[in-house]
Design a protein around this ligand. Sequence first.
Ligand SMILES: Cc1cc2nc3c(=O)[nH]c(=O)nc-3n(C[C@H](O)[C@H](O)[C@H](O)COP(=O)(O)O)c2cc1C
Length: 183
Amino acid sequence: MNAIVIYSSKRGSTEQYAHWIAEDLGCEAVPFARIREVNLYEYDVIVYGGWIRGSGIVDFDVFKKKWLTSDLLPKLVVFGVGVANETPENYMQVYEINYKGIAKEGGPNPTLYIVPGAYHPEKITGMDKMLMGVMKKVLISGAKGAGATDDARELADRLENGIDLVKRENINAVVREARKICE
Ligand SMILES: Cc1cc2nc3c(=O)[nH]c(=O)nc-3n(C[C@H](O)[C@H](O)[C@H](O)COP(=O)(O)O)c2cc1C
């Protein structure tokens, strides 16, 4: 299959998924930092995967602006990797933030998958640590309140204590979708 996987990963879980997907599709996985070396028009399927940071799929905004044209849209499958449960609310939030400008009614809207990642608090440094400090405060205070949902409580616990949800089978839907585009 003539496919390519482009990925943006900071601490390895998105990279691991990108390599698994590439292995299943029999293609190459290229980090977003090396996208200049790739001619996207040569491929029948483009899989883009990025880790989720504050609901944004990392580097997808730049990918959309600089590299994605309407000709490529029907060939694209997108996955975001995060540690929040895939509730409809979380999915819609990620969708709305990241699909701004490409989602068109009646048009070819690339399928978005959210894949469970890994979070190890002791490995988070710099700007990420600051951002997480703020996010955690909001989540944890919300998670304690009377109206707290189980999902918010669970996310607060994952951010506090760490979690590893990375499993090979989590890519199956992405691989199926990529194969469907080639049929
Ligand atoms: C600063 C920061 C913000 C994050 N924001 C989110 C988020 O909004 N939603 C989510 O599900 N996970 C969030 N995460 C968790 C990461 O998406 C998760 O750890 C992911 O697996 C990291 O991918 P990587 O290992 O490829 O870097 C955040 C993590 C950090 C450090």
